[in-house]
Ligand binder design. Structure first.
Ligand code: NDP
Length: 479
């Protein structure tokens, strides 16, 4: 029998859709699942794609079915299960076979796994896949990290299944070891910020302007035809339009306001902090999910404190304010993306990856959850200047910030005065205001640090004295 071009382990939501996508694009694929009944079920459901699928009940049969050097996608629950699965697979593999973890791994685990296989003759790819179930089935965005040789072995298959943006495939090799999973993590961090900012704008429309779900849906649908055009804005309009099958009210009004999280947002923030890169909009978004989870505490606090005693939102011209909301969302989004790309630039230096910024923006233009027209503009900006310090100082984005930050300022101040929480929007505004100010206020922090801890400071005139005239208070020893 003809050998399969690739193998896949894990026929859950993502794995089964990815396998069908691979088969549909004319690639023969061997599949295996820990629970064999699922393999049979999957095969039966594959219909006309069965011809390209080799269902296997044992690891031995599975490995034998794949053409060496064997690329094997592992698409299972992230964490310890991946280590367990790799350990079960390894004794059956041969020189140059490639284990590909396509789940949402922490890139530090990917680096560890990559290093652990170094002397075994086997190789490892950490592959970020975005687009959810639909993307996996019809074209995800794929971020690959590993050796260039292992990428060459899988390039053709992955290119055939990736999403396309105007004919360009949304897949790329981004660098060695953890590069692919790192970029996927930051993709998700940006996604957290994007979603939180949309939620804050929704809050202003719902609680500030007292609009109902249908009216808010129309606002988002309108924005999706403009500069905010993106998958997340599109689905926001759609979810706001949907009716509850039980009772017929808007389904969003029936959904508990407690958001889940699986870790990629938190990892983005931890890595940003580790490298000293400000990612305040992403941090605010992760914290907002954590606050959302404290539902009982929030309800109890509302009983004790009450909602802020403030007048209704001061909006005299509703249409003009909604235009401000659109521009504010665009400005804040620029801040979040600038932060995400700055984190990737720092990681690229820290881990020696040479992450290609224009390529990353390119492969996010379609297939993934943050796909948007806006990413095409980011691609152009980074193509013109791949090593720019920050997206917001590229000519195109600097012009956009200058055009829209006034709206962000008006929206944040109106919301704050109206007692509505806008932590991610405010974080983006604070980021712009701090980043663009040549003379900040850290001189006072340096003076304080020197006063209590003799930490010293640099002088603006370059003169020699590096401690202040604090007298007996100097260097009392605190950290
Ligand atoms: P599912 O829960 O649908 O499927 C989980 C799969 O993992 C099943 O095939 C299951 O096998 C297998 N599995 C679980 N534990 C083990 C183990 N110890 N050993 C071997 N196999 C095991 O998950 P998803 O398909 O949603 O997610 C898979 C990966 O993809 C995760 O890392 C996830 O974070 C990532 N991902 C998910 C996205 C999504 O939208 N769902 C988007 C992008 C990435 P069995 O049938 O035997 O239980």
């Amino acid at each position: 029998m003809e050998q399969a071009e690739i193998g896949l382990i894990g026929l859950g939501v993502m794995g089964s859709n990815l396998a069908l996508n691979i088969a549909e694009k004319g690639n023969r694929i061997a599949v295996f699942n820990r629970t064999p009944a699922r393999t049979g079920e999957f095969y039966e459901e594959a219909g006309s794609l069965k011809d390209n699928i080799v269902p296997c009940e044992t690891i031995e049969d599975f490995v034998a079915a794949i053409r060496p050097p064997r690329p094997i996608i592992i698409m299972i629950k992230a964490g310890a299960p991946v280590d367990e699965q790799m350990a079960l697979l390894e004794p059956h593999l041969q020189q140059n076979d490639i284990m590909i973890d396509a789940g949402n791994a922490n890139f530090r685990d990917t680096m560890r796994r990559f290093d652990a296989l170094k002397d075994s003759g086997l190789t490892f790819i950490g592959m970020g896949v975005s687009g959810g179930e639909e993307g996996a089935r019809h074209g995800p965005s794929i971020m690959v990290g590993g050796t260039e040789a292992s990428w060459k072995r899988v390039e053709k298959v992955l290119t055939s299944i990736a999403a396309q943006y105007h004919g360009e495939p949304c897949v790329a090799w981004l660098g060695e070891n953890g590069a692919g999973h790192f970029v996927k993590t930051i993709h998700n961090g940006i996604e957290y910020a994007d979603m939180q900012m949309i939620a804050e704008i929704y809050g202003i429309l719902r609680d500030g302007l007292k609009m109902d779900a249908a009216e808010i849906a129309a606002v988002f649908a309108g924005w999706n035809r403009g500069r905010l055009n993106s998958y997340l804005i599109e689905i926001t309009a759609k979810v706001l339009e949907a009716a509850d099958p039980i009772g017929g009210r808007p389904i969003v009004d029936m959904i508990l306001d407690k958001a889940g999280q699986k870790g990629t947002g938190k990892w983005s923030v931890i890595e940003a902090q580790n490298m000293g890169v400000p990612a305040t909009a992403i941090e605010a978004a992760v914290a907002a999910r954590s606050i959302s989870a404290l539902k009982d505490e929030r309800e109890a606090a509302e009983k004790v404190l009450g909602l802020p005693a403030v007048p209704p939102l001061a909006v005299s011209d509703k249409a003009a304010f909604i235009k401000d909301l659109e521009n504010a969302l665009l400005a804040a989004k620029i801040g979040a993306y600038a932060q995400g790309f700055a984190v990737m630039a720092a990681a690229s230096r820290e881990f020696g990856w040479s992450l290609p910024m224009p390529t990353i923006a390119k492969i996010w233009r379609a297939g993934c959850i943050i796909r948007s027209q806006f990413l095409d503009e980011i691609t152009t900006a980074f193509t013109r200047d791949p090593h720019v310090a920050n997206l917001i100082v590229t000519p195109a984005f600097a012009a956009m910030v200058r055009e829209t930050d006034g709206a962000l300022r008006r929206v944040v101040s109106t919301a704050v005065l109206g007692g509505l929480p806008v932590p991610a929007l405010a974080a983006a505004l604070g980021y712009f205001d701090s980043y663009r100010r040549g003379r900040g206020t850290a001189n006072i922090i340096q003076a304080q640090r020197d006063f209590f801890g003799a930490h010293g400071f640099d002088r603006i005139d370059g003169a020699d004295s590096h401690h202040g005239p604090w007298g007996s208070g100097l260097g009392t020893g605190a950290a």
